[in-house]
Design a binder for this molecule. Structure first.
Ligand code: ADP
Ligand code: MG
Length: 480
């Protein structure tokens, strides 16, 4: 019995790793048991109803068998059985009748979560899967990237890089905040390169991975092998390059790798959370090299794009979500795409768990905490507090009608940060910071953007070289 329990936990972990947490959570939650009985040569999966059986059989059989092989070292047969009386955890979820649905009692009220007929391209996905560095979930593809004003350029640049193999520009640097699609584009580029140029050695890793590999190689005296791995690459994709900040030796090593590949004409794509010039303690040489190609920025999606992204994600999960719900989510979660995805997942899980209709009422309940948390995450008050603390001024002074630099500059920084992180409108920000009108906020935003661009020196606050450094400190306080 004890061995059985261990097996189930390990099995579940192995399956979860393959499916990714959200899919695993949805399909292998409480109502589903996994096990390999003593002496048996089958992986037994007990599910609550025929719909689960068919879905799991149709979508995850391969993953299950693989996971079982990894855990037990044996090739097992998959046996999925419907476990009689358990209440169907899908509740009121309605699905198209499985081929042999006669064993499933259905009394479904109004449809809420409706699995649609398969729409994805399983072949393309399986292919991408096979070559992806993180096999826990299917590779994200350029085709699945929903474009809007904030990210269209970045997407086009990604497509162009694949087409031209870096002949039009090299490197491509994709810059953007958390959860805006950097890794998605990078993975998409990787998958597209592999599909278009079979046999190409596409090296795809994070800057952290590069750093750790380099340090390891130094420690073990295996630098030659380490270098060979990267310098022979047909394309190099490095995620989160800002991780190299302040790592002098790794930066030097990366510079050599970079130069060698550029000399070979291999395309290089990098992602960063900031403009290369803004990354603190990145060597001038590297920054200059990074700027030698094209830098494209990902901005937070506008409302229409947010809705479109939600629609696409719902479609990919074969779930119909009413427009009112999509709008509600899109209106309340503005900061990142990851947040949108998380909300959609909670909604579906909530509907599935409670068996309720996925409507606006459910959305409000299911997302109450998320939205409150997000609203709390960066509020105008937080910006005010962070700025006042750093500059040691009183909130009243910040809001007062005082044009002295010592308060006017912090006020401009506050307006800029408010605009960037709270999602509040110009007019609202103006009102908050001392009853100013929206054009004041717009010009503050421009002014601060100019400081960043020109790397303006900071003459206000000891310990910070540039205004950009001051902003970074404030953003860290805000957790933004
Ligand atoms: P980052 O690396 O910038 O932090 P990710 O690339 O991990 O962000 O994106 C977060 C999530 O949002 C991923 O699941 C990604 O697929 C999704 N995503 C981001 N942008 C888009 C988009 N434009 N269209 C579809 N999905 C997107
Ligand atoms: Mg990322």
């Amino acid at each position: 019995m004890a061995t059985q329990a261990v097996t189930e936990t390990t099995l579940r972990a192995a399956v979860a790793e393959r499916l990714g947490e959200s899919r695993f959570g949805l399909w292998f939650g409480e109502g589903v048991r996994l096990g390999v009985p003593e002496g048996s040569d089958s992986l037994e999966v007990a599910v609550p109803n025929a719909f689960f059986r068919d879905w799991i059989q149709g979508h995850f059989a391969g993953n299950l068998v693989e996971a079982a092989r990894e855990v037990t070292g044996r090739s097992l047969r998959l046996a999925i059985r419907v476990d009689g009386e358990a209440p169907p955890p899908l509740g009121h979820v309605v699905e198209p009748p499985p081929p042999d649905a006669n064993d499933r009692p259905v009394a479904a009220p109004a449809p809420i979560v409706v699995p649609l007929p398969p729409v994805d391209r399983p072949r393309a996905q399986a292919q991408a899967h096979a070559t992806q560095p993180n096999p826990a979930r299917p590779a994200r593809r350029l085709e699945d990237f929903v474009t809007g004003p904030g990210n269209r350029l970045a997407h086009s640049a990604a497509v162009e890089l694949v087409e031209s193999l870096g002949a039009s520009f090299n490197p491509l640097v994709i810059q953007g905040g958390v959860g805006l699609g950097k890794t998605h584009l990078l993975e998409g580029i990787g998958a597209a390169l592999r599909a278009k140029y079979p046999g190409m050695k596409v090296v795809h890793l994070t800057a952290e991975g590069f750093t750790n590999g380099f340090l390891d190689a130094m420690r073990h005296g295996t630098l030659t092998a380490f270098r060979a791995r990267y310098r022979g690459a047909g394309a190099l994709l490095v995620d989160d390059i800002h991780f190299l900040a302040a790592k002098k030796a790794t930066q030097d090593e990366f510079l050599h790798t970079f130069n060698a590949l550029v000399a070979d004409g291999a395309p290089i794509v990098l992602t960063a959370d900031q403009h290369p010039r803004q990354i603190a303690r990145l060597s001038d040489e590297l920054a200059t090299r990074f700027l030698g190609g094209m830098v494209v920025k990902l901005d937070a999606p506008d409302p229409a794009t947010r809705r479109e992204i939600l629609r696409a994600k719902a479609r990919a999960r074969r779930v119909i979500v009413p427009e009112a719900v999509l709008s509600y989510v899109a209106d309340h979660l503005r900061a990142s795409v990851r947040e949108l995805e998380g909300a959609l997942h909670s909604l579906i899980a909530h509907a599935t768990m409670t068996g309720k209709r996925l409507d606006l009422a459910l959305a409000k309940v299911a997302l109450r905490d998320t939205i409150r948390h997000v609203a709390r995450a960066v509020a105008l008050k937080d910006v005010e507090k962070a700025v006042c603390q750093l500059f040691s001024i009183e909130p009243d002074a910040l809001k007062a009608d005082n044009r002295a630099r010592a308060v006017a500059y912090p006020r401009m920084l506050a307006m800029y940060l408010a605009r960037k992180h709270t999602g509040a409108a110009y007019s609202e920000i103006g009102r908050f910071f001392g009853g100013r009108n929206h054009s004041t906020v717009i010009s503050a935003e421009k002014k601060v953007a100019g400081w960043i661009k020109d790397e303006a020196r900071n003459g206000l606050l000891a310990g910070f070289e540039t205004m950009g450094d001051v902003l970074n400190a404030l953003e860290r306080t805000l957790g933004a």
